[in-house]
Write a protein that binds this ligand. Structure first.
Ligand code: NAD
Ligand code: MG
Length: 396
């Protein structure tokens, strides 16, 4: 049974969600809606969906809300005028608010590089960070982990693989980790030949066999870049060497990842695929809250299969390992080239199978920087986007 609020937490826990209108943001609100007496939503942000942000605000009554897009911001203000909800004007004011509001945890559910600045600001404010935005860790994992340590802020993973590894590591010692094994559904094209992949359409790439997610991560899952980004994310979250990270295809998406220990024992975390599981785990950590999520029915046959991934066919995964091993600015270059390529695929300006070609070419021409600062990483990101867009235009 769930404990009554008074015994679980002494008072309602303040929560902020950055990117509340997206797939992870909406599912976070569902978890909060099921536990309303335990949480107080203080702050919601999104990019431009003023209608949905207004609906969420009227339902959850946060203290303040913010939209990154100025035009949508004006619309939001009009709708929220009769309600006592502050609409924040500038991102400076948003980041100031992080210092002023009593927050237990900030959920970072923004997609892409745009999540990096908020991630840094959240940690600088000393707030615990429940992170879905893997791209920020890919670009600046070292800086973020250093900042979290300095500010004594906790970083809790929401990505299902990393939540699984985190759960497998509870009660374990760092020196007993031999390797982590990230599972990958393999996306819709796992068993396609390279030639078949060359012919896939955008709508095929946007149809994921086991997960329903935002468009960028759905394309990344089909191209296996998502797994590549997750390999780099795992390095930073769990302080691993590149050769301690393996990836295996597991089409059923029931085992969310595994840890192999120095005595040869392997721990895995399993649950039916639903992101509300890892989101709830992060919101309640270290408590395990009762949930109504689907359970396994072990009286029926459940098949688990694992198969290796062909790195020649899914070049993106090999490129991500290469970027991880090289270090420095290389993961930021990989990420930026991929963001540009995926944006072009979503606009039907680049065929899906050419994503890895763009990423590979951009990486091979990049100027290597061993210890980039956060400012340099930002500059590198935007320069790489420009170069990638030029390359995309030139090959069309
Ligand atoms: P989504 O596209 O559904 O939502 C993205 C959210 O980010 C929206 O609320 C949007 O308004 C906001 N946003 C985008 N650009 C912004 C900007 N410049 N400033 C402020 N807000 C901005 O994406 P999603 O599927 O929810 O994924 C979010 C993140 O979580 C990604 O990094 C993804 O890799 C990760 N993730 C998602 C899932 C999933 O099931 N969807 C699973 C694991 C990890
Ligand atoms: Mg994942």
């Amino acid at each position: 049974m769930n404990k009554p609020a008074a015994t679980l937490f002494h008072h309602q826990k303040g929560i902020a969600i950055f990117g509340s209108t997206g797939s992870i943001g909406r599912q976070t609100l569902e978890v909060i809606a099921q536990n309303r007496e335990l949480f107080k939503l203080k702050l919601l942000t999104a990019h431009s969906n003023h209608k949905l942000l207004a609906q969420q605000s009227i339902l959850f009554r946060p203290e303040a809300v913010y939209l990154a897009n100025p035009e949508s911001q004006i619309e939001l203000k009009k709708i929220l005028k009769p309600y006592k909800i502050r609409v924040i004007d500038h991102d400076d004011e948003l980041y100031q608010t992080l210092h002023q509001v009593d927050l237990h945890l900030v959920v970072l559910a923004i997609v892409g590089f745009a999540g990096l600045k908020p991630a840094v600001k959240i940690l600088e404010a000393g707030k615990n960070l429940a992170i879905a935005n893997k791209e920020s860790l890919v670009v600046a994992g070292k800086q973020m982990m250093d900042l979290a340590r300095k500010m004594k802020a906790q970083i809790l993973p929401i990505d299902s693989e990393h939540s699984a590894i985190f759960q497998c590591l509870m009660g374990e010692k760092q020196e007993h980790i031999e390797k982590v094994i990230l599972t990958a559904s393999g996306g819709p094209f796992l068993n396609y030949s390279s030639r078949e992949i060359e012919k896939v359409t955008l709508s095929q790439a946007l149809t994921h066999p086991t997960w329903e997610m935002g468009k960028k991560i759905t394309i990344d899952s089909a191209s296996l870049m998502n797994k590549g980004l997750e390999v780099i994310e795992a390095k930073w979250l769990f302080n691993l060497n590149p050769d301690q990270i393996d990836v295996v295809a597991h089409p059923q998406s029931l085992v969310h990842s595994m840890v192999q220990f120095t005595d040869g024992s392997v721990k895995a975390q399993m649950s039916p695929p639903n992101m509300q599981g890892p989101i709830q785990f992060a919101l309640f950590y270290p408590h395990r809250q009762m949930s109504a999520l689907t359970r396994f029915n072990f009286s029926e046959t459940i098949n688990l299969s694992f198969q290796p991934i062909d790195l020649k066919k899914f070049r993106n995964l090999a490129l991500a390992f290469e970027a991880l091993k090289k270090g420095g600015n290389m993961p930021a270059i990989l990420n930026a080239a991929n963001e540009a390529a995926v944006a072009a695929v979503l606009k039907n300006e680049l065929p899906f199978y050419k994503i890895s070609l763009i990423v590979e070419k951009i990486m091979s021409h990049a100027v290597f920087v061993l210890n980039p600062s956060l400012d340099e990483l930002e500059q590198i990101h935007f320069e790489t986007i420009i170069k990638s867009n030029e390359l995309i235009r030139s090959i069309n």
